[in-house]
Design a protein around this ligand. Structure first.
Ligand code: ZN
Ligand code: ZN
Length: 144
């Protein structure tokens, strides 16, 4: 290969590296919580798009990105019965009644296919769920 060819290969490698970095950045942004999105809406959205890997992956990610010092977040999820992200919902929290949909076939209330829009939380580093969620174990409000 002549020197022009070598440079060409080097430039191509640089382009690939740039593309990879760009992709990683895009993926990191796609996986990040929306501004003011609460922890539960974030986990619900990530589960909807990426599924559960049987750990508190999305809860942990939310904490890392939003509230790195809120180290109690995962243990709080576990205390609510959520030992992985999907269990946070099957055991810990559910949508409030007004966010459920009436199933036209069974006439029963059910969760909508897509989670509702997050009602938002006041502070960006808050790890509280927003008002679309309620605890399945009706504890006193404000326990969080
Ligand atoms: Zn799970
Ligand atoms: Zn929310």
């Amino acid at each position: 290969m002549d020197s022009a060819g070598m440079e060409g290969a080097g430039a191509a490698r640089q382009v690939v590296r740039d593309a990879e970095e760009y992709l990683q950045r895009v993926v990191a942004e796609v996986m990040a919580p929306h501004p003011a999105e609460c922890v539960l809406c974030y986990i619900a959205r990530m589960l909807d798009e990426h599924g559960c890997d049987e750990t508190l992956r999305w809860a942990g990610r939310f904490r890392e990105l939003r509230s790195p010092r809120a180290t109690a977040l995962e243990s709080r999820m576990q205390a609510a019965g959520g030992f992985c992200d999907c269990e946070v919902f099957s055991n810990g929290y559910r949508l409030r009644r007004e966010h459920l949909e009436r199933d036209i076939h069974t006439d029963e209330l059910r969760e909508p296919d897509r989670p509702p829009t997050c009602a938002g939380v006041g502070r960006l580093d808050s790890t509280k769920p927003c008002t679309v969620w309620e605890s399945r174990r009706r504890r006193s409000p404000g326990c969080w």
